[in-house]
Design a protein around this ligand. Structure first.
Ligand code: CP
Ligand code: NVA
Length: 312
């Protein structure tokens, strides 16, 4: 039975830990896995711009011995030139897996539901699960045990925040989303995270005062205030989020040992200042590197026929 990688919520705490452990193994000994996708092709469909996700999936497929085919929105015009259903029915005849970056999360769900091969969500308006796996690998490398660490996301309760919150809940990491009123993570994601947190002993909270939220934080994370697809709200958002900038003053309220994280791309001078993103506390380039290792682990489990990796 194939399984798609669309939301962190669909995977158990044990499975997510396995993804992180496997990412570490693949990072340490990449040569051991270099034939995993031999003779297999993977479609990379991107309807939005990307640097990190595009490059790391492409390089990841290559390092696993496979072949990738990149398809932009202008190539296939998903849902316009041809329905998602028909694109799915074609791709499953040639490919071993699909990586999809799109707007509506339902697009990813529909792609997965209509094909026999697995789909990996490479970002939707709702979630960015691959980012969360790579980021928790980075936290583990820098801070060790993920349990009982305080992870504070400052800014917009967006796709990246949703996946990080679900991942924190599964890893037993305490999580706070510090957002302006009206920009909190969606209720259904808070509910799913709350349920997962009960099992691991993590706490999940929402705050509206960034200064109170980051006190004693181990991780301070932020993302852009205007995500792809929200360009028409830019003026309004720049005003609403003004007090949520991660700057030196805000970082000084976190633990001395705290790390700063950002999925990138960063809008320097908006959600983060140069002095923070370029500081010794910043681990943003490690995050970018780890996207490669963690996505190789996800592809190995899903596209290389490693069914026993997953719980039945
Ligand atoms: N962090 C991330 O997903 O970056 P890209 O949008 O450049 O892929
Ligand atoms: N929230 C951002 C993340 C980019 C990686 C966006 O969706 O544009």
């Amino acid at each position: 039975m194939k399984k798609d990688f669309l939301s962190i919520a669909d995977w158990s705490s044990r499975e997510m830990k396995r993804f992180i452990d496997l990412s570490m193994k693949m990072k340490a000994q990449p040569e051991k896995y270099s034939d995993s996708l031999k003779g297999k092709s993977v479609a990379l469909i991107f309807e939005k711009q990307s640097l990190r996700t595009h490059v790391t999936f492409d390089v990841g497929v290559y390092q696993l011995g496979g072949h990738s085919v990149y398809l932009s929105q202008s190539d296939i015009s998903l849902g316009k030139r041809e329905s998602i259903h028909d694109v799915a029915k074609n791709l499953e005849r040639w490919m071993s897996g699909v990586v999809l970056r799109t707007y509506a999360h339902q697009g990813c769900v529909d792609m997965g539901a209509n094909m026999k091969i697995p789909v990996i969500n490479a970002l939707t308006d709702y979630e960015h699960p691959c980012q969360a796996v790579g980021d928790f690998l980075t936290v583990k490398e820098h801070l060790g045990d993920l349990r009982k660490k305080k992870f504070v996301f400052v800014g917009d309760g967006n796709n990246v925040c949703n996946s990080l919150m679900l991942m924190a809940a599964k890893m037993g990491t305490d999580f706070v989303a510090a957002t302006p009123g009206g920009y909190e993570p969606p209720k259904d994601v808070l509910k799913l995270a709350g349920e997962a947190a009960k099992e691991t002993g993590a706490t999940i909270g929402v705050e509206h005062d960034p200064r109170a939220a980051v006190r004693d934080a181990d991780v301070v994370y932020t993302d852009v205030w205007v995500s792809m697809g929200q360009e028409s709200e830019k003026e309004e958002r720049l005003k609403v989020f003004r007090d949520f900038q991660v700057n030196k003053q805000l970082m000084s309220l976190a633990k001395k040992s705290a790390i700063f994280m950002h999925c990138l791309p960063a809008h320097r001078g908006e959600e983060v200042t140069d002095e923070v993103i370029d500081s010794k506390q910043s681990v943003v380039w490690d995050e970018s590197e780890n996207r490669l290792h963690s996505q190789k682990a996800i592809m190995y489990a899903l596209f290389a026929g490693q069914e026993d990796f997953m719980e039945k």
